[in-house]
Design a protein around this ligand. Structure first.
Ligand code: MLT
Length: 264
């Protein structure tokens, strides 16, 4: 893995393939490994840059609460280090929240962007309470019980029985999240603002991907705008984890979008 220093913290990343640069951000308690099945389907035509976000995977996990803006700044510093002036940026869930902050402040660095099972809405008051409970739970009991409870809820209900290997893989990735990384990122998600305006006001091509059976972020929460620059895709029979539940379909969706970005 490549490494750069952002704000005094090491951020690790994978850099595979050749062509127009595409940056893929993973979700909460994930890592670049979430994208391992999708990248080989894209890397013949695209240079795929896949970081481990602050607090996740092999990247440093500083103590304290993070902000989504800090996490987006890590991404811009990664692009600077790689001397990439413009990329397409796609983020899964937490990665989508970061993508929106990036698009809000660094639109000139983007050819297009997208949310995969993510939303521009902020946390509801109830969700904010749950974040605090999650933080306290992780601080008291560690990451393992948290991941054991959270990960199955990310998948379409049927897949829990039909594809236990997917759940196992996602848990194994999740267990590697340092507790202070998970709590730091949970606080970042809790404090994020409403960014629907970023989607409605952008002149860039946007991809919104939802999972038909996503119990975490429903399609209605993903599809908050309807404008000609926005491509909306619902992947059937998947939950919140199409990169594991339907990597071929997700890759195909991304390639179709990247063709639109190129033609823009
Ligand atoms: C994620 O997958 O990143 C999380 O489920 C997002 C969230 O908790 O809001």
């Amino acid at each position: 893995m490549g490494k750069i220093i952002c704000d005094g913290n090491t951020i690790c990343y994978k850099d595979q393939g050749q062509g127009e640069p595409l940056v893929l951000l993973h979700g909460f308690c994930g890592s670049s490994e979430y994208w391992d099945q999708v990248v080989p389907l894209l890397s013949e035509r695209y240079r795929c840059i896949v970081p481990d976000l602050r607090g996740h995977g092999f990247s440093d996990a500083p103590m304290g609460a993070y902000t989504i803006e800090q996490m987006a700044d890590d991404v811009v510093q990664l692009l600077d280090a790689l001397e990439l002036t413009k990329v397409t940026l796609l983020g899964h869930s937490l990665g989508g929240y970061i993508t929106l902050s990036f698009a809000q402040r660094y639109a000139s660095r983007l050819n297009g962007f997208g949310l995969i099972h993510s939303t521009a809405f902020p946390d509801s008051e109830e969700a904010k309470e749950k974040r605090l409970l999650a933080v306290r739970g992780i601080q008291s009991n560690g990451i393992t019980p948290f991941v054991d409870k959270m990960i199955p809820s990310l998948f379409a209900p049927d897949h829990i029985n039909t594809h236990p290997e997917w759940i196992h893989l996602a848990k194994e990735i999740g267990y590697k999240t340092p507790p202070q990384g998970a709590t730091g990122a949970a606080m970042a998600m809790r404090e994020r603002p409403d960014r629907r305006e970023v989607l409605s006001a952008t002149v860039l091509p946007v991809l919104l991907v939802a999972g038909e059976k996503d119990g975490i972020i429903s399609p209605e929460k993903t599809f908050t705008v309807d404008q000609p620059k926005v491509t909306q895709v619902t992947i059937t029979d998947v939950g919140h984890m199409s990169m594991l539940e339907a990597p071929d379909q997700l890759a195909e969706t991304i390639v179709t979008f990247l063709d639109k970005v190129k033609a823009n």
